[in-house]
Design a protein around this ligand. Structure first.
Ligand SMILES: Nc1ncnc2c1ncn2[C@@H]1O[C@H](COP(=O)(O)OP(=O)(O)OP(=O)(O)O)[C@@H](O)[C@H]1O
Ligand SMILES: [Mg+2]
Length: 247
């Protein structure tokens, strides 16, 4: 099983939208587990039809396996995930071990994290094979990049593990029509070009529809949704190649 963690301490940058679409995309070819670690439960509601019998919080309490529902299985977010922030940090390793014991049950695991550098985010990083960091094209997001990279390094050195593959910063709600965003994107490429993911996700209304209809943009009607579908599938095709998933 290969585990992709989508993280950024910043809120509203498109983490959950990416995780939902990555889950649908991977599930076309791989036995996929999606884990919702955010108590806001947005992923749980978007992927509601595939929610299985295990709540995400159980993965922290003791080493737990999630029975597969088929192509895609989701662990549900509940408010008691907040309790993970106040208990012994041993739960971070328990979460890693829960994922470790499912290595043969699933091919792909995608984890949605809360907008905070919390125990849950550290646990996801400890279990990660690869990390993707969606960003907004604005000053605040860009200022947060150093902190994000420090968190990844910090967790790995604390637990003595090699760093996961950093797939890059992905502009995930990119407004191509905005001159300011286009200019900031050029600046960003000049400053941290080597950290950028090779692709972008453009701002499109169809993503809100995808969330409310519980279906990926590529299954929605309309030309804009079709374009969104092509764009985001290209992104996940690149993720799949970078993570060296078996075809
Ligand atoms: N490419 C996009 N184009 C237009 N809207 C988008 C796009 N991606 C996400 N959104 C919208 O932006 C909002 C925030 O997205 P999302 O919930 O995925 O972000 P998040 O990083 O998970 O937020 P949080 O930090 O609160 O968990 C949602 O309303 C979502 O529908
Ligand atoms: Mg979210």
């Amino acid at each position: 099983m290969k585990t992709l963690v989508v993280m950024n301490e910043k809120g509203g940058v498109g983490k959950t939208t990416l995780v939902a679409h990555a889950s649908w995309y991977f599930a076309e070819r791989h036995r996929t587990l999606a884990i919702d670690l955010d108590q806001q439960a947005n992923l749980t509601s978007t992927l509601g039809a595939q929610v299985g019998s295990v709540d995400s919080v159980a993965l922290f309490a003791q080493v737990t396996r999630v029975p597969s529902l088929g192509d895609l299985t989701v662990t549900r977010s509940t408010r008691d995930l907040l309790g993970v922030e106040s208990v012994d940090r041993a739960c971070i390793e328990t979460f890693r071990d829960s994922l470790g014991c499912m290595g043969d049950d699933y091919d792909a695991c995608v984890i949605d994290t809360p907008p905070a550098l919390s125990n849950r985010t550290f646990a996801a990083l400890l279990a990660a094979d690869a990390v993707l960091a969606p960003i907004g094209i604005n000053d605040y997001s860009i200022q947060g990049v150093a902190e994000l990279l420090r968190a990844i390094k910090g967790v790995c050195s604390h637990y003595g593990r090699a760093e996961p593959q950093f797939l890059g910063l992905l502009p995930s709600i990119f407004d191509r029509k905005s001159r300011r965003e286009r200019e900031m994107f050029e600046d960003l490429a000049g400053q941290v070009g080597q950290l950028l993911f090779p692709g972008i996700v453009a701002k499109r209304d169809s993503y809100a529809r995808a969330a409310s209809e519980g279906a990926p943009v590529w299954r929605l009607k309309g030309a804009s949704a079709r374009q969104a579908g092509q764009e985001i599938r290209t992104v996940f095709g690149a993720v799949q190649t970078l993570m060296e998933f078996k075809p």
